[in-house]
Design a protein around this ligand. Structure first.
Ligand code: AHR
Length: 504
Protein backbone atom coordinates (compact mmCIF):
# COMPACT_ATOMS: atom_id res chain seq x y z
CA UNK A 1 0.00 0.00 0.00
CA UNK A 2 1.35 3.45 -0.89
CA UNK A 3 2.11 5.78 2.01
CA UNK A 4 1.03 9.41 2.37
CA UNK A 5 2.95 11.55 4.85
CA UNK A 6 1.19 14.48 6.42
CA UNK A 7 2.60 16.98 8.93
CA UNK A 8 0.35 19.15 11.07
CA UNK A 9 1.63 21.63 13.62
CA UNK A 10 -0.47 23.91 15.78
CA UNK A 11 1.74 26.93 15.14
CA UNK A 12 1.21 26.83 11.35
CA UNK A 13 -2.12 28.64 11.25
CA UNK A 14 -4.06 29.52 8.09
CA UNK A 15 -6.93 31.36 9.79
CA UNK A 16 -9.79 30.94 12.22
CA UNK A 17 -12.86 29.40 10.55
CA UNK A 18 -15.62 31.97 10.18
CA UNK A 19 -18.68 29.92 11.11
CA UNK A 20 -20.55 31.51 8.18
CA UNK A 21 -18.55 29.18 5.91
CA UNK A 22 -21.26 26.66 6.87
CA UNK A 23 -24.05 28.81 5.43
CA UNK A 24 -26.76 27.66 3.06
CA UNK A 25 -29.42 29.03 0.76
CA UNK A 26 -33.21 29.01 0.37
CA UNK A 27 -34.60 30.42 -2.87
CA UNK A 28 -38.21 30.76 -3.97
CA UNK A 29 -37.61 28.00 -6.49
CA UNK A 30 -39.32 24.67 -7.02
CA UNK A 31 -40.20 22.97 -3.74
CA UNK A 32 -37.61 24.70 -1.56
CA UNK A 33 -40.16 26.90 0.22
CA UNK A 34 -43.59 25.50 -0.67
CA UNK A 35 -43.60 21.80 0.16
CA UNK A 36 -40.08 22.09 1.59
CA UNK A 37 -39.67 24.27 4.63
CA UNK A 38 -43.32 25.40 4.57
CA UNK A 39 -46.22 23.01 4.22
CA UNK A 40 -49.30 23.91 6.27
CA UNK A 41 -51.46 20.82 6.66
CA UNK A 42 -48.53 18.39 6.63
CA UNK A 43 -48.55 16.12 9.66
CA UNK A 44 -45.26 17.57 10.91
CA UNK A 45 -46.23 21.25 10.36
CA UNK A 46 -46.05 23.54 13.38
CA UNK A 47 -48.36 26.48 14.18
CA UNK A 48 -46.64 28.55 11.43
CA UNK A 49 -46.93 25.79 8.83
CA UNK A 50 -43.20 25.03 9.03
CA UNK A 51 -42.27 21.38 8.69
CA UNK A 52 -40.77 20.20 11.97
CA UNK A 53 -39.05 17.22 10.35
CA UNK A 54 -37.19 19.59 8.02
CA UNK A 55 -36.32 22.03 10.80
CA UNK A 56 -34.87 19.15 12.80
CA UNK A 57 -32.49 18.18 9.97
CA UNK A 58 -31.55 21.80 9.30
CA UNK A 59 -30.75 22.28 12.98
CA UNK A 60 -28.57 19.18 12.91
CA UNK A 61 -26.59 20.77 10.05
CA UNK A 62 -26.11 23.82 12.30
CA UNK A 63 -26.30 26.35 9.48
CA UNK A 64 -25.48 29.80 10.91
CA UNK A 65 -26.59 31.92 7.96
CA UNK A 66 -29.09 31.38 5.14
CA UNK A 67 -29.21 33.38 1.93
CA UNK A 68 -32.71 34.44 0.80
CA UNK A 69 -34.86 34.86 -1.37
CA UNK A 70 -32.64 34.12 -4.41
CA UNK A 71 -30.78 33.45 -6.61
CA UNK A 72 -32.23 34.26 -9.99
CA UNK A 73 -35.60 34.77 -8.28
CA UNK A 74 -34.40 37.97 -6.62
CA UNK A 75 -33.86 39.78 -9.91
CA UNK A 76 -37.62 40.21 -10.33
CA UNK A 77 -38.60 40.10 -6.66
CA UNK A 78 -41.06 42.68 -5.40
CA UNK A 79 -40.54 42.46 -1.68
CA UNK A 80 -43.75 44.40 -0.91
CA UNK A 81 -45.72 41.46 -2.36
CA UNK A 82 -44.30 39.18 0.29
CA UNK A 83 -45.21 41.15 3.43
CA UNK A 84 -48.39 42.11 5.29
CA UNK A 85 -51.49 40.00 5.90
CA UNK A 86 -51.26 36.76 3.90
CA UNK A 87 -54.93 37.02 2.89
CA UNK A 88 -54.17 40.28 1.06
CA UNK A 89 -51.12 39.05 -0.83
CA UNK A 90 -51.45 38.33 -4.53
CA UNK A 91 -49.83 35.62 -6.61
CA UNK A 92 -47.32 36.77 -9.24
CA UNK A 93 -45.69 35.36 -12.32
CA UNK A 94 -42.20 34.35 -11.28
CA UNK A 95 -40.06 34.87 -14.35
CA UNK A 96 -36.70 33.35 -13.42
CA UNK A 97 -38.14 29.83 -13.15
CA UNK A 98 -41.43 30.51 -14.98
CA UNK A 99 -43.48 29.44 -11.96
CA UNK A 100 -46.43 30.89 -10.07
CA UNK A 101 -45.37 32.58 -6.83
CA UNK A 102 -48.29 32.52 -4.36
CA UNK A 103 -46.59 34.91 -1.90
CA UNK A 104 -48.11 33.07 1.03
CA UNK A 105 -44.60 32.80 2.43
CA UNK A 106 -42.42 35.91 2.48
CA UNK A 107 -39.93 37.96 4.37
CA UNK A 108 -41.64 37.80 7.78
CA UNK A 109 -42.28 34.07 7.52
CA UNK A 110 -38.69 33.44 6.49
CA UNK A 111 -37.38 35.48 9.37
CA UNK A 112 -39.50 33.45 11.80
CA UNK A 113 -38.37 30.17 10.25
CA UNK A 114 -34.70 31.22 10.29
CA UNK A 115 -34.94 32.07 13.99
CA UNK A 116 -36.45 28.63 14.67
CA UNK A 117 -33.48 26.90 13.00
CA UNK A 118 -30.97 29.23 14.75
CA UNK A 119 -29.80 30.91 11.55
CA UNK A 120 -29.25 34.52 10.56
CA UNK A 121 -30.63 35.87 7.30
CA UNK A 122 -28.46 36.90 4.38
CA UNK A 123 -30.80 39.03 2.30
CA UNK A 124 -30.45 39.83 -1.40
CA UNK A 125 -31.77 42.98 -3.08
CA UNK A 126 -33.17 43.15 -6.60
CA UNK A 127 -30.69 44.96 -8.82
CA UNK A 128 -32.11 43.34 -11.95
CA UNK A 129 -35.54 44.85 -12.58
CA UNK A 130 -35.32 47.31 -9.69
CA UNK A 131 -32.62 49.50 -8.17
CA UNK A 132 -31.35 51.89 -5.52
CA UNK A 133 -34.66 53.17 -4.16
CA UNK A 134 -36.20 49.75 -3.66
CA UNK A 135 -33.06 48.40 -2.04
CA UNK A 136 -33.19 51.35 0.39
CA UNK A 137 -36.89 50.88 1.08
CA UNK A 138 -36.38 47.22 1.86
CA UNK A 139 -33.46 47.98 4.16
CA UNK A 140 -35.52 50.66 5.93
CA UNK A 141 -38.37 48.14 6.34
CA UNK A 142 -36.01 45.54 7.78
CA UNK A 143 -33.51 47.47 9.88
CA UNK A 144 -34.83 50.90 10.83
CA UNK A 145 -36.42 50.88 14.31
CA UNK A 146 -39.49 53.10 13.80
CA UNK A 147 -40.95 56.47 12.83
CA UNK A 148 -40.49 56.25 9.05
CA UNK A 149 -42.73 55.09 6.24
CA UNK A 150 -41.24 51.60 5.83
CA UNK A 151 -40.29 50.95 9.46
CA UNK A 152 -43.85 51.83 10.45
CA UNK A 153 -45.17 49.60 7.68
CA UNK A 154 -43.23 46.72 9.26
CA UNK A 155 -44.71 47.60 12.64
CA UNK A 156 -48.22 47.57 11.21
CA UNK A 157 -47.36 44.07 10.02
CA UNK A 158 -46.90 43.12 13.65
CA UNK A 159 -43.10 43.22 13.75
CA UNK A 160 -42.14 45.76 16.40
CA UNK A 161 -38.42 45.22 16.50
CA UNK A 162 -36.31 45.57 13.36
CA UNK A 163 -35.04 42.38 11.78
CA UNK A 164 -31.52 43.82 11.90
CA UNK A 165 -30.26 41.84 8.94
CA UNK A 166 -26.49 42.27 8.83
CA UNK A 167 -25.53 40.67 5.54
CA UNK A 168 -26.84 41.86 2.15
CA UNK A 169 -26.16 40.72 -1.42
CA UNK A 170 -26.16 43.44 -4.08
CA UNK A 171 -28.15 41.49 -6.66
CA UNK A 172 -27.44 38.06 -8.09
CA UNK A 173 -25.30 36.84 -11.02
CA UNK A 174 -25.64 40.17 -12.80
CA UNK A 175 -23.29 39.06 -15.60
CA UNK A 176 -25.48 36.13 -16.70
CA UNK A 177 -27.52 36.32 -19.89
CA UNK A 178 -30.25 34.32 -18.06
CA UNK A 179 -30.51 37.02 -15.41
CA UNK A 180 -33.47 39.40 -15.55
CA UNK A 181 -32.05 42.87 -15.87
CA UNK A 182 -28.53 41.64 -16.59
CA UNK A 183 -25.85 44.35 -16.58
CA UNK A 184 -22.54 45.03 -18.25
CA UNK A 185 -19.64 45.27 -15.81
CA UNK A 186 -19.61 49.07 -15.96
CA UNK A 187 -23.36 49.27 -15.44
CA UNK A 188 -23.19 46.91 -12.47
CA UNK A 189 -20.12 48.63 -11.08
CA UNK A 190 -21.89 51.99 -11.01
CA UNK A 191 -25.24 50.63 -9.82
CA UNK A 192 -23.73 48.56 -7.02
CA UNK A 193 -21.52 51.46 -5.94
CA UNK A 194 -24.46 53.84 -5.66
CA UNK A 195 -26.75 51.25 -4.05
CA UNK A 196 -24.08 50.30 -1.51
CA UNK A 197 -23.40 53.94 -0.72
CA UNK A 198 -27.08 54.60 -0.05
CA UNK A 199 -27.61 51.41 1.95
CA UNK A 200 -24.66 52.17 4.22
CA UNK A 201 -26.10 55.62 4.88
CA UNK A 202 -29.26 53.96 6.15
CA UNK A 203 -27.42 51.38 8.25
CA UNK A 204 -23.62 51.64 8.47
CA UNK A 205 -23.44 48.37 10.43
CA UNK A 206 -24.45 46.16 7.51
CA UNK A 207 -22.02 44.16 5.38
CA UNK A 208 -22.39 44.07 1.61
CA UNK A 209 -21.56 41.44 -0.97
CA UNK A 210 -20.76 42.58 -4.51
CA UNK A 211 -21.71 40.18 -7.32
CA UNK A 212 -18.78 38.39 -8.84
CA UNK A 213 -18.92 36.25 -11.96
CA UNK A 214 -21.63 33.58 -12.17
CA UNK A 215 -18.96 30.91 -12.52
CA UNK A 216 -15.30 30.57 -13.39
CA UNK A 217 -15.82 29.95 -17.09
CA UNK A 218 -17.88 33.07 -17.71
CA UNK A 219 -16.31 34.89 -20.67
CA UNK A 220 -15.91 38.09 -18.66
CA UNK A 221 -14.18 36.40 -15.70
CA UNK A 222 -12.01 37.83 -14.08
CA UNK A 223 -12.29 41.24 -15.73
CA UNK A 224 -15.78 41.51 -14.24
CA UNK A 225 -14.34 41.32 -10.71
CA UNK A 226 -11.61 43.87 -11.46
CA UNK A 227 -13.92 46.39 -13.13
CA UNK A 228 -16.83 46.18 -10.71
CA UNK A 229 -14.57 46.37 -7.65
CA UNK A 230 -12.89 49.46 -9.06
CA UNK A 231 -16.28 51.15 -8.79
CA UNK A 232 -17.62 49.84 -5.51
CA UNK A 233 -14.48 48.96 -3.50
CA UNK A 234 -15.01 51.62 -0.88
CA UNK A 235 -18.52 50.45 0.02
CA UNK A 236 -18.52 46.65 -0.21
CA UNK A 237 -17.07 44.03 2.09
CA UNK A 238 -17.14 40.79 0.10
CA UNK A 239 -17.29 39.62 -3.48
CA UNK A 240 -19.40 36.60 -4.40
CA UNK A 241 -18.29 33.40 -6.13
CA UNK A 242 -20.70 30.80 -7.47
CA UNK A 243 -19.74 27.39 -8.82
CA UNK A 244 -21.53 24.10 -9.51
CA UNK A 245 -19.89 20.92 -10.73
CA UNK A 246 -21.20 17.68 -12.18
CA UNK A 247 -20.14 14.42 -13.77
CA UNK A 248 -21.60 15.26 -17.18
CA UNK A 249 -19.09 13.09 -19.08
CA UNK A 250 -19.36 10.04 -16.80
CA UNK A 251 -15.64 10.14 -16.02
CA UNK A 252 -15.53 9.90 -12.22
CA UNK A 253 -11.76 10.42 -11.91
CA UNK A 254 -11.99 13.67 -13.81
CA UNK A 255 -15.19 14.67 -12.02
CA UNK A 256 -13.46 14.56 -8.63
CA UNK A 257 -10.51 16.54 -9.99
CA UNK A 258 -12.78 19.57 -10.43
CA UNK A 259 -12.23 20.73 -6.86
CA UNK A 260 -8.78 21.82 -8.08
CA UNK A 261 -10.61 24.24 -10.40
CA UNK A 262 -12.45 25.61 -7.39
CA UNK A 263 -9.16 26.18 -5.60
CA UNK A 264 -7.81 28.05 -8.63
CA UNK A 265 -11.02 30.09 -8.84
CA UNK A 266 -10.63 31.18 -5.20
CA UNK A 267 -6.98 32.11 -5.72
CA UNK A 268 -7.75 34.14 -8.84
CA UNK A 269 -10.57 36.09 -7.20
CA UNK A 270 -8.37 36.73 -4.16
CA UNK A 271 -5.62 38.05 -6.45
CA UNK A 272 -8.04 40.34 -8.27
CA UNK A 273 -9.33 41.75 -4.96
CA UNK A 274 -5.76 42.44 -3.91
CA UNK A 275 -4.90 43.92 -7.30
CA UNK A 276 -7.71 46.46 -6.92
CA UNK A 277 -6.66 47.07 -3.31
CA UNK A 278 -3.14 47.89 -4.46
CA UNK A 279 -4.38 50.04 -7.32
CA UNK A 280 -6.53 52.05 -4.96
CA UNK A 281 -3.77 52.26 -2.32
CA UNK A 282 -6.45 50.98 0.07
CA UNK A 283 -5.94 49.52 3.51
CA UNK A 284 -9.17 47.59 3.25
CA UNK A 285 -9.22 43.93 2.20
CA UNK A 286 -12.17 42.45 0.34
CA UNK A 287 -12.95 38.89 1.38
CA UNK A 288 -14.83 36.16 -0.44
CA UNK A 289 -18.43 35.04 -0.09
CA UNK A 290 -18.74 31.71 -1.93
CA UNK A 291 -22.49 32.03 -1.69
CA UNK A 292 -23.50 29.28 -4.13
CA UNK A 293 -21.63 25.99 -4.34
CA UNK A 294 -22.67 22.40 -4.90
CA UNK A 295 -23.10 19.63 -7.45
CA UNK A 296 -25.84 20.41 -9.98
CA UNK A 297 -26.34 18.49 -13.21
CA UNK A 298 -28.63 15.48 -12.67
CA UNK A 299 -31.88 17.41 -13.12
CA UNK A 300 -31.03 19.69 -16.06
CA UNK A 301 -33.35 17.96 -18.57
CA UNK A 302 -36.38 18.08 -16.25
CA UNK A 303 -35.66 21.73 -15.52
CA UNK A 304 -35.65 22.54 -19.24
CA UNK A 305 -38.88 20.60 -19.78
CA UNK A 306 -40.75 22.22 -16.86
CA UNK A 307 -39.66 25.80 -17.51
CA UNK A 308 -40.23 25.58 -21.28
CA UNK A 309 -43.24 23.25 -21.61
CA UNK A 310 -45.02 23.37 -18.24
CA UNK A 311 -44.72 26.94 -17.04
CA UNK A 312 -46.68 28.73 -14.28
CA UNK A 313 -47.05 25.86 -11.85
CA UNK A 314 -46.81 26.53 -8.13
CA UNK A 315 -43.78 24.76 -6.63
CA UNK A 316 -42.96 22.40 -9.50
CA UNK A 317 -40.25 19.79 -8.86
CA UNK A 318 -37.37 21.86 -10.20
CA UNK A 319 -33.65 21.17 -9.73
CA UNK A 320 -34.33 18.02 -7.71
CA UNK A 321 -30.95 16.38 -8.18
CA UNK A 322 -30.78 12.94 -6.61
CA UNK A 323 -27.25 12.65 -5.37
CA UNK A 324 -25.10 9.55 -5.34
CA UNK A 325 -22.00 8.48 -3.48
CA UNK A 326 -19.49 10.16 -5.79
CA UNK A 327 -21.44 13.43 -5.46
CA UNK A 328 -20.92 13.18 -1.70
CA UNK A 329 -17.18 12.84 -2.31
CA UNK A 330 -17.32 15.91 -4.54
CA UNK A 331 -19.18 17.94 -1.91
CA UNK A 332 -16.58 16.81 0.64
CA UNK A 333 -13.80 17.95 -1.69
CA UNK A 334 -15.46 21.33 -2.21
CA UNK A 335 -15.97 21.79 1.53
CA UNK A 336 -12.30 20.99 2.18
CA UNK A 337 -11.31 23.49 -0.51
CA UNK A 338 -13.36 26.24 1.12
CA UNK A 339 -11.82 25.49 4.52
CA UNK A 340 -8.27 25.44 3.14
CA UNK A 341 -8.90 29.01 2.03
CA UNK A 342 -10.45 30.18 5.30
CA UNK A 343 -8.10 33.16 5.37
CA UNK A 344 -10.16 34.72 2.56
CA UNK A 345 -13.39 32.72 2.30
CA UNK A 346 -15.44 34.06 5.18
CA UNK A 347 -18.92 33.13 3.95
CA UNK A 348 -20.07 30.16 1.90
CA UNK A 349 -23.57 28.91 1.14
CA UNK A 350 -24.25 25.33 0.16
CA UNK A 351 -26.83 25.81 -2.59
CA UNK A 352 -29.36 24.92 -1.68
CA UNK A 353 -30.88 23.48 1.51
CA UNK A 354 -34.20 21.74 0.89
CA UNK A 355 -35.47 19.89 -2.22
CA UNK A 356 -33.67 22.16 -4.71
CA UNK A 357 -30.14 20.77 -5.31
CA UNK A 358 -30.29 19.99 -1.63
CA UNK A 359 -28.95 17.82 1.17
CA UNK A 360 -32.49 17.54 2.60
CA UNK A 361 -35.47 16.22 0.64
CA UNK A 362 -39.12 16.00 1.54
CA UNK A 363 -41.95 13.75 0.56
CA UNK A 364 -45.22 15.66 0.17
CA UNK A 365 -47.13 13.12 2.26
CA UNK A 366 -44.25 11.42 4.06
CA UNK A 367 -41.11 12.43 5.90
CA UNK A 368 -37.89 14.28 5.24
CA UNK A 369 -34.72 12.42 4.34
CA UNK A 370 -30.99 12.94 3.91
CA UNK A 371 -29.28 12.84 0.56
CA UNK A 372 -25.73 11.47 0.32
CA UNK A 373 -24.26 14.98 0.31
CA UNK A 374 -25.79 15.71 3.69
CA UNK A 375 -23.03 13.88 5.50
CA UNK A 376 -19.77 15.61 4.48
CA UNK A 377 -21.41 18.97 5.11
CA UNK A 378 -22.76 17.79 8.47
CA UNK A 379 -19.34 16.50 9.56
CA UNK A 380 -17.55 19.68 8.52
CA UNK A 381 -20.09 21.90 10.23
CA UNK A 382 -19.96 19.79 13.41
CA UNK A 383 -16.23 19.13 13.65
CA UNK A 384 -14.73 21.90 11.52
CA UNK A 385 -15.06 24.82 13.92
CA UNK A 386 -11.80 26.30 15.17
CA UNK A 387 -8.64 27.24 13.30
CA UNK A 388 -7.48 25.88 9.98
CA UNK A 389 -3.88 24.67 10.09
CA UNK A 390 -1.47 24.30 7.19
CA UNK A 391 -0.93 20.65 6.42
CA UNK A 392 2.04 19.48 4.45
CA UNK A 393 1.02 16.34 2.57
CA UNK A 394 3.09 14.42 0.03
CA UNK A 395 0.18 12.68 -1.65
CA UNK A 396 0.71 10.36 -4.62
CA UNK A 397 -0.86 11.68 -7.83
CA UNK A 398 -2.91 10.24 -10.68
CA UNK A 399 -3.60 11.30 -14.26
CA UNK A 400 -7.03 12.63 -15.27
CA UNK A 401 -8.52 13.31 -18.70
CA UNK A 402 -9.22 17.00 -18.17
CA UNK A 403 -7.12 18.13 -15.23
CA UNK A 404 -3.72 16.51 -15.77
CA UNK A 405 -2.01 15.02 -12.72
CA UNK A 406 -3.91 15.56 -9.48
CA UNK A 407 -3.25 14.54 -5.87
CA UNK A 408 -4.96 11.38 -4.59
CA UNK A 409 -5.55 12.91 -1.18
CA UNK A 410 -7.21 16.27 -0.56
CA UNK A 411 -7.30 17.22 3.10
CA UNK A 412 -7.59 19.97 5.66
CA UNK A 413 -6.96 20.10 9.42
CA UNK A 414 -9.04 22.12 11.87
CA UNK A 415 -7.80 22.63 15.40
CA UNK A 416 -10.15 23.59 18.18
CA UNK A 417 -8.19 24.90 21.14
CA UNK A 418 -11.41 25.20 23.10
CA UNK A 419 -12.49 21.60 22.58
CA UNK A 420 -8.88 20.36 22.53
CA UNK A 421 -9.47 18.56 19.27
CA UNK A 422 -7.69 18.19 15.98
CA UNK A 423 -10.03 17.09 13.21
CA UNK A 424 -8.68 16.13 9.81
CA UNK A 425 -11.02 15.88 6.84
CA UNK A 426 -9.67 13.90 3.90
CA UNK A 427 -10.96 12.52 0.62
CA UNK A 428 -9.09 9.74 -1.15
CA UNK A 429 -10.08 10.45 -4.75
CA UNK A 430 -8.02 7.56 -6.03
CA UNK A 431 -10.88 5.27 -7.04
CA UNK A 432 -8.70 2.16 -7.29
CA UNK A 433 -6.23 2.16 -4.39
CA UNK A 434 -6.29 2.36 -0.62
CA UNK A 435 -3.53 4.54 0.86
CA UNK A 436 -1.80 4.49 4.23
CA UNK A 437 -1.88 7.93 5.83
CA UNK A 438 0.82 8.75 8.37
CA UNK A 439 0.26 11.98 10.30
CA UNK A 440 3.16 13.62 12.09
CA UNK A 441 1.41 15.57 14.86
CA UNK A 442 4.12 15.86 17.48
CA UNK A 443 3.06 19.37 18.54
CA UNK A 444 -0.19 17.88 19.86
CA UNK A 445 1.58 16.07 22.72
CA UNK A 446 -0.73 13.65 24.43
CA UNK A 447 -3.61 13.76 21.94
CA UNK A 448 -5.26 10.42 21.35
CA UNK A 449 -7.61 8.95 18.80
CA UNK A 450 -11.22 9.93 19.42
CA UNK A 451 -12.73 8.22 16.38
CA UNK A 452 -12.52 7.90 12.65
CA UNK A 453 -15.66 8.48 10.63
CA UNK A 454 -15.71 7.01 7.13
CA UNK A 455 -18.00 6.95 4.13
CA UNK A 456 -17.22 4.33 1.51
CA UNK A 457 -19.23 2.47 -1.08
CA UNK A 458 -18.67 -0.24 -3.67
CA UNK A 459 -21.02 1.63 -5.93
CA UNK A 460 -20.14 5.21 -6.85
CA UNK A 461 -23.70 5.67 -8.10
CA UNK A 462 -25.44 4.51 -4.89
CA UNK A 463 -28.19 6.91 -3.79
CA UNK A 464 -30.36 7.40 -0.73
CA UNK A 465 -34.14 7.55 -0.81
CA UNK A 466 -36.94 8.21 1.63
CA UNK A 467 -36.98 4.50 2.40
CA UNK A 468 -33.37 3.44 2.21
CA UNK A 469 -30.09 5.04 3.27
CA UNK A 470 -27.50 3.25 1.15
CA UNK A 471 -24.85 5.92 1.72
CA UNK A 472 -24.12 6.87 5.30
CA UNK A 473 -21.09 7.24 7.54
CA UNK A 474 -19.91 4.77 10.07
CA UNK A 475 -17.39 4.98 12.86
CA UNK A 476 -14.29 2.84 12.73
CA UNK A 477 -11.48 2.43 15.24
CA UNK A 478 -8.85 2.45 12.54
CA UNK A 479 -6.34 4.95 13.98
CA UNK A 480 -3.01 3.84 15.49
CA UNK A 481 -1.10 6.42 17.52
CA UNK A 482 2.51 6.16 18.65
CA UNK A 483 5.33 8.61 19.33
CA UNK A 484 3.43 11.65 18.03
CA UNK A 485 2.44 9.86 14.82
CA UNK A 486 -1.01 8.67 13.81
CA UNK A 487 -1.64 6.10 11.13
CA UNK A 488 -4.82 5.15 9.33
CA UNK A 489 -5.92 3.69 6.00
CA UNK A 490 -7.75 5.99 3.63
CA UNK A 491 -9.79 3.56 1.55
CA UNK A 492 -10.17 4.05 -2.17
CA UNK A 493 -12.95 6.54 -2.97
CA UNK A 494 -13.59 7.56 0.62
CA UNK A 495 -14.61 10.49 2.81
CA UNK A 496 -12.79 10.47 6.16
CA UNK A 497 -12.96 12.44 9.38
CA UNK A 498 -10.00 11.66 11.63
CA UNK A 499 -10.71 12.94 15.12
CA UNK A 500 -7.87 13.33 17.59
CA UNK A 501 -7.88 15.04 20.94
CA UNK A 502 -7.48 14.95 24.67
CA UNK A 503 -9.43 12.19 26.32
CA UNK A 504 -10.24 12.81 29.94
O1 AHR B 1 -29.14 27.81 -7.14
C1 AHR B 1 -29.82 27.76 -8.37
C2 AHR B 1 -29.50 28.95 -9.24
O2 AHR B 1 -28.16 28.89 -9.62
C3 AHR B 1 -29.63 30.31 -8.62
O3 AHR B 1 -30.92 30.81 -8.68
C4 AHR B 1 -28.71 31.15 -9.44
O4 AHR B 1 -28.15 32.22 -8.72
C5 AHR B 1 -27.67 30.17 -9.95
O5 AHR B 1 -27.49 30.27 -11.30
Amino acid sequence: MKKVKMTVDKVFVVAPVDKRIYGSFIEHLGRAVYGGIYQPGHESADEDGFRRDVMQLVKELDVPVIRYPGGNFVSNFFWEDSVGPISERKPRLELAWRSLEPNTFGLGEFSRWAAKVNAEMMMAVNLGTRGIADACNLLEYCNHPSGTKYSELRRTHGVEEPYNIKLWCLGNEMDGEWQLGRKTMDEYGRLSEETAKAMKLIDPTIELVSCGSSFKDMPTFPQWEATTLEYNYEYVDYISLHQYYGNATGDSWDYLAQSDDMEEFIHTVTSVCDFVKAKKRSRKTINLSFDEWNVWFHSKAEEEDITVNHAWQTAPALLEDHYNFEDALMVGLMMITLLKNADRVKIACLAQLVNVIAPIMTDAKGGAWKQTIYYPFFHASKYGRGTVLHTVCDSPVHETSGHGMVADIVSVAVFSEEREELNIFAVNRNLAEDLLLEIDMRSFGDYQAIEKIEMISDDLKAENTLFEERVKPYVSGDIRLEGGKAETVLKKASWNVIRLGKLY
